[in-house]
Design a protein around this ligand. Structure first.
Ligand SMILES: NC(=O)c1ccc[n+]([C@@H]2O[C@H](COP(=O)([O-])OP(=O)(O)OC[C@H]3O[C@@H](n4cnc5c(N)ncnc54)[C@H](OP(=O)(O)O)[C@@H]3O)[C@@H](O)[C@H]2O)c1
Length: 339
């Protein structure tokens, strides 16, 4: 069984008196930057001229400099940029300003594992990947909790591992628990999870369930509650105590439907397609296609996202959420509420 690293295994002192640069101030960037600052560390932000995030970061009290300048000034550089954009920014702003002994830190292993970035041997290359969206990383930290995280060392040995553990502590990860993995394992399992179960799988399952009920004449509101709203409540139970633990809390009728009908819906053919998706990830085919999609101007990507935004479940959900007292009270409009 892998070791779970907690607060006592990590020394924040490793990062004290160091300059930590966060390149980008998006989902992961803003969360790491704010958490590290609140942990008493010296964080600067690197952004490109004209970035919409410059005033946001400044308003949060950060010194914002150009991406290249941030790399020049920093000891540890968090590449918190979209995976597809990382290679060109690396060539232009990061590589020319790297010095031996500096540390490059990633929240996902994509660029290193698929070699769209090949750093020199004399810099540390590490990964600190919270297993959750950036806004949750921030929210949990503010609540005194943390998001379980992964660390990995690609280059730099035990000294680099200490930096990864300290960073994980600074963002609140060791409060929840940190596991060590490799860049390869993190990259491939992360892509597989988000494609087939968490994002792709769950979204498609919810939409198909909603469509089935609405097409059968049930009201969209009922379909929304059954297929989307309650998903979180069930997922929370699974998260707390596993699938069997979740089953402890549901009725006998729900349990019978779960075990007797569920496997007919998510059947062997789904697993076969999951294996095909995994193969495409392992062979690099998915990464190659994704980079080509970026280079072609995100045409298919934007069209598919638009199609998702226009799905009837979105209208029903927006209307219902606006009417729910708890959502109204906390002015929850989506992930940006965590900023
Ligand atoms: N999203 C997540 O929760 C999550 C979870 C785990 C791992 N990750 C990983 O974390 C990394 C960052 O992803 P993300 O989703 O947090 O990114 P994101 O939300 O898309 O934010 C990217 C940031 O990069 C900035 N940027 C773009 N070009 C730049 C340049 N030339 N110089 C400096 N900054 C530039 C953007 O500026 P603007 O603000 O002006 O657009 C934005 O602030 C990726 O490796 C991703 O795989 C993300």
């Amino acid at each position: 069984m892998a070791k779970v690293y907690t607060d006592k295994d990590a020394d924040l002192g490793v990062l004290q008196n160091k300059t930590l640069a966060v390149l980008g101030f998006g989902s992961q960037g803003h969360a790491h930057a704010l958490n590290l600052k609140d942990s008493g560390l010296n964080v600067i932000i690197g952004l490109y001229e004209g970035s919409k995030s410059i005033p946001v970061a400044q308003e949060k009290g950060f010194k914002v400099v150009s991406t290249a300048e941030a790399v020049r000034r920093a000891d540890v550089i968090f590449v918190s940029l979209p995976d597809t954009k990382q290679p060109s920014i690396y060539e232009k702003d990061i590589k020319p300003n790297l010095k031996p002994g500096k540390t490059l830190l990633f929240a996902h292993g994509f660029s290193i594992h698929f070699k769209t970035i090949v750093p020199p041997k004399n810099v540390n290359v590490i990964l600190v990947a919270p297993k959750g969206p950036g806004h949750t990383v921030r929210r949990q930290y503010v609540e005194g909790k943390g998001v379980p995280s992964l660390i990995a060392v690609y280059q730099g040995g035990s000294a680099a591992k200490k930096i990864a553990l300290a960073w994980a502590k600074g963002i609140g990860g060791t409060r929840a628990g940190v596991l060590e993995t490799s860049f390869k394992e993190e990259t491939e399992t992360d892509l597989f999870g988000e494609q087939t179960v968490l994002c792709g799988g769950a979204s498609a399952l919810v939409q198909a369930g909603f469509e089935t009920l609405v097409e059968a004449g049930y009201s969209p509101e009922m379909a929304y509650f059954e297929c989307l709203h309650e998903l979180k409540l069930i997922a929370d139970l699974m998260n707390e105590s596993g699938i069997s633990g979740m089953r402890f809390s549901i009725s006998e009728t729900a349990k019978w439907g779960d075990v007797s009908v569920g496997p007919k819906i998510i059947d062997a053919s789904v697993k076969k397609r999951m294996k095909a998706a995994l193969k495409d990830i392992q062979s690099g085919k998915f990464a190659k296609n994704w980079v080509a999609e970026y280079k072609g101007g995100y045409k298919k990507y934007n069209a598919l996202l638009k199609k998702g935004e226009n799905h009837p479940i979105e209208k029903t959900g927006a209307k219902l959420r606006a009417m729910m007292p708890w959502m109204k009270k906390h002015k929850i409009k989506g992930a940006q509420a965590a900023y």
